[in-house]
Design a protein around this ligand. Structure first.
Ligand code: FAD
Ligand code: MLT
Ligand code: ZN
Length: 438
């Protein structure tokens, strides 16, 4: 379908001021956060109601035009920029409705950012279970579609655990809704959970009903440790009371220091940030030679910045092509995995190697650069992960970036079952083609 025909069809579907077609106007939507994935689109559309999304989807399915949903465009696996067709931005789907103070549930539009939801929760003395550094841009729709993780998975679970129900528009334009928010509803397949982690390949999520929680007071401890196993042993002393457990290697903190000036507490191979609930046993803490206990909110923020600023600091210092790999391992292989990853990346042409992540989720984030694009080294890393029984994607999803490697983490029959679901729901294959499956 030509761009002019499509735009005319869209304009009759809804107002033209929310349809972008010029190269300049579309530019920001067509490159991902890493800069590694660039896309094309006939148009960027920005619907403001579910009915408009439904009308849009009808136009696209009738004309076989592919649709890529985009929230905050902070995804890190190339799933949010289209190869062609229509980019559907959820930026104007930003309602708050049906807040229930007793259950602590609220229904939000997909385009509501994590920061906006956190702000809403705080006004009701509540908090949201998932937190991540991209909070100002990442949207609740995108976080649901990628089943985002973040720093509190150990205590609160991934995004899918916070999601009580969704409203979504299928490729045909039909609307499904599981927003009732029932604590128990055992009536057939769980379509809510099916859409969590679907990465825009099945439907456009238009609303999400989420569960908020009463905040629990925590204290932030920062340890200097010399190995991953020492970090795990230290964390073991607080098991049951941990709200976050983040590990950052020496290269990570040195990069943050160089870019932001934030001082590095210890001259140690790793820094371990533990957010713990309950009273501290200062006698037991005294045995740790390298330990800081954050005394107040300012201290806490400065120490958390050491971890939260790693991603942007790596990007700021990047020379050449960046590789960001989000992988997970069985916890008892974590120390060995770290060593094997370092050995694998210790070669000419690979620079700025940084490894950090969510320790008790077994989730490492690797960042490294090469002078030019290099699929080979990414394949080697992902094959190492598979050999150690890990997952090629811990929390960022598959996107375009890892679609060719899905078989390293999912069995043949699982992949054919997922493809059967995809073709039943999206028979024309218009939803985010190239994402999740090659
Ligand atoms: P986008 O990037 O816009 O889209 C991501 C995927 O979801 C795409 O496939 C897109 O098609 C699909 N999608 C988006 N909206 C919808 C919708 N309404 N309906 C259907 N499909 C949709 N991720 C983590 O898990 N944990 C972290 O700790 C974390 N930290 C980060 C820190 C930084 C600095 C950055 C830049 C990213 C980080 N991320 C993290 C990655 C990213 O923030 C998450 O993947 C987030 O869930 C993406 O949300 P988004 O709204 O930006 O989605
Ligand atoms: C994080 O935990 O900081 C994110 O997942 C982002 C990243 O991997 O860079
Ligand atoms: Zn992460």
């Amino acid at each position: 379908m030509s761009q002019s025909h499509l735009v005319a069809a869209l304009q009759s579907a809804f107002g033209s001021d929310r349809i972008l077609t010029s190269t300049e106007a579309m530019a920001g939507y067509l490159v991902d956060w890493t800069g590694n994935f660039r896309g094309e689109a006939l148009a960027v559309v920005r619907p403001s109601t579910t009915a408009e999304v439904s009308a849009l989807m009808r136009v696209c399915s009738e004309n076989d035009v592919s649709v890529t949903a985009q929230g905050g465009n902070t995804g890190l696996v190339g799933g949010s920029v289209p190869l062609d067709g229509l980019l559907l931005s959820t930026v104007y789907l930003c309602t708050f409705e049906d807040f229930d103070p007793n259950s602590g549930q609220v229904t939000v539009g997909s385009g509501v950012t994590l920061a906006q939801l956190q702000e809403f929760a705080a006004t009701h003395d509540l908090e949201f279970g998932v937190d991540l550094a991209a909070r100002d841009s990442a949207t609740i729709g995108g976080m649901t579609a990628t089943n985002a993780g973040g720093i509190h998975v150990i205590a609160q679970g991934m995004m899918r655990k916070q999601v009580v129900g969704v409203e979504a528009v299928l490729p045909s334009g039909e609307v499904i809704s599981t927003l009732r928010g029932l604590a128990k509803d055992n009536t057939g397949y769980d379509l809510t959970q099916l859409l969590c982690g679907s990465e825009g390949t099945l439907a456009v999520i238009t609303k999400v009903r989420v569960q908020l929680h009463r905040p629990v007071a925590t204290q932030l401890l920062v340890f200097g440790v010399d190995s991953i196993s020492a970090a795990l042993d230290t964390a073991a002393g607080f098991i049951g009371n941990i709200s976050a457990a983040e590990v950052i290697d020496r290269a990570s903190v040195e990069c943050v220091h160089r870019v932001t000036g934030i001082s590095v507490p210890f001259d140690s191979s790793f820094h371990l940030l533990l957010e713990v609930r309950g009273d501290l046993d200062f006698e037991a803490l005294a045995q740790h030679e390298y330990l800081i206990v954050a005394l107040d909110a300012t201290d806490r923020e400065k120490l958390w910045a050491l971890r939260e600023r790693v991603t942007e600091s790596c990007a700021a210092e990047q020379v050449g092509v960046s590789h960001k790999l989000d992988v997970s391992f069985p916890q008892n292989t974590l120390g060995d995995a770290y060593t094997q990853l370092c050995d694998l990346l210790d070669r000419d042409g690979v620079t700025q190697v940084v490894i950090f992540g969510h320790l008790l989720d077994g989730n490492f984030h690797l960042f490294f650069t090469t002078p030019a694009a290099d699929q080979e080294i990414e394949r080697e890393v992902l094959e190492l992960v598979a050999r150690l029984g890990g997952s090629i994607s811990a929390e960022h999803g598959i996107g375009r970036m890892k679609a060719a490697y899905l078989h390293l983490s999912r069995g043949e029959s699982e992949i054919s079952m997922m493809k059967a679901l995809k073709s039943a729901i999206d028979p024309q294959g218009i939803m985010n083609p190239g994402v999740l499956f090659i």
